[in-house]
Design a binder for this molecule. Structure first.
Ligand code: MRU
Length: 346
């Protein structure tokens, strides 16, 4: 499953709006197309939009340029345009900044050389993402008992990354270790990433998955049908507060009330250590019609007010552990997160 394909200087993005009914790609040959695809959810999921934006910068670099000055002004315009598409997932800004820094450190090398270097850097970001997800999977699978029944929310799978996934990567690794696990996928209103994407991804690999409506999670926990919860993240503050798809906070509170471990799987690029707490994380609000309509059909009265925050913040005290590519941060707080990255990160 390849949500992003980079071939001969062209980026193809699997159109996730069409899944699970059709598998089609949108081909981008310039950064504006990539920005539109991120904004319109052709590509979504924090690491995937980071990698897509990195390729967007590579495409901007390949545009016709005069001198290096013009090259850098086009790069800045593309960086601003790409970063403004979605505000919550920090991987997007992280990847764009990494690309800009590489260009700046190589300034003076000439436009053709800078263009080549930036294409290579985007490919490195994409390749690293898959490797990182496998490492998260290894650390996370140690927390998954045999025969575990796992609840997940939204889609933190191969489709949300460059491949393998974070939360679903943990599940994939547990399966590869011959653990018999089964998954409950929250449908994830209003955009239905759970129903359309997670259920599709897992069933294609014959990993047992049962789809539930979001409001069923508490009842399942009460019935002792959920052994643990694993979700991904869009941004993690220095104190361990986690922004993720709207509804994650409700699941975390329910998990705490029922003594069910609640795990977050995310790479270092999802941490924003410049923010002291989750209160400071910007929350994207999306179009009201995602609430008032269902697949183009109005389901709410004409003129009713709708509110559609796309993410929420789960306070660190609800989180049993954060699983990263460097290891596990149990019961995260500011001191543990700071110490962990000071000591565990090379
Ligand atoms: O709005 P989306 O579909 O981009 O939201 C995605 C999520 O919230 C994911 O859980 C998160 O990005 C982690 S993906 C590994």
């Amino acid at each position: 499953m390849d949500p992003l394909l980079w071939e001969k200087g062209k980026l193809s993005l699997m159109d996730q709006r069409l899944l699970p009914t059709r598998v089609e790609y949108v081909n981008c040959t310039d950064w504006r197309c990539v920005a539109t695809c991120i904004k319109d959810m052709v590509v979504r999921g924090a690491p995937a939009i980071g990698a897509a934006a990195a390729y967007g910068i590579a495409l901007a670099a390949a545009e016709e340029h005069g001198d290096e000055q013009e090259f850098f002004s086009i790069l800045t315009e593309a960086a601003d345009g790409l970063k403004s598409t979605r505000p919550t997932a920090v991987n997007l800004a992280w990847a764009v900044e990494r690309m800009l820094n590489v260009a700046k450190t190589q300034a003076g090398a000439g436009v053709p050389e800078l263009t080549r270097i930036l294409a290579m850097e985007a490919e490195a970001i994409a390749a690293e993402d898959v490797a990182v997800n496998h490492r998260i999977g290894e650390f996370g699978a140690a927390l998954v008992p045999n025969e575990a029944s796992i609840l997940t929310h939204c889609n933190a799978g191969a489709l949300a990354t460059v491949g393998y996934g974070t939360a679903l990567g943990v599940i994939r690794t547990a399966v590869s270790q011959n653990k018999k696990v089964s998954v409950f996928a929250d449908e994830t209103r209003p955009y239905l990433q759970g129903a359309r994407l997670t259920a599709w991804e897992l069933s294609r690999e014959s990993i047992p998955v049962t789809l539930i409506a979001d409001n069923m999670a508490g009842f399942l926990m009460k019935q002792k049908k959920v052994d643990l919860v694993i979700v991904g993240a869009d941004r993690i503050a220095a104190n361990g507060d986690v922004a993720n798809k709207i509804g994650t906070y409700s699941v975390a509170v329910l998990a705490a009330a029922h003594n069910v471990p609640f795990y977050v799987a995310a790479p270092y690029s999802t941490f924003d250590l410049s923010l002291q707490s989750g209160e400071q994380i910007p929350i994207e609000e999306r179009c009201e019609t995602e609430i008032s309509h269902f697949q183009g059909t109005r389901i709410a009265p004409e003129g009713v007010a709708c509110y559609n925050p796309s993410f929420d913040v789960t306070p660190a005290n609800y989180i049993t552990a954060i699983i990263t590519e460097y290891g596990i941060i149990a019961k995260p707080d500011t001191e543990k997160v700071t110490r962990f990255f000071r000591e565990a990160r090379p």
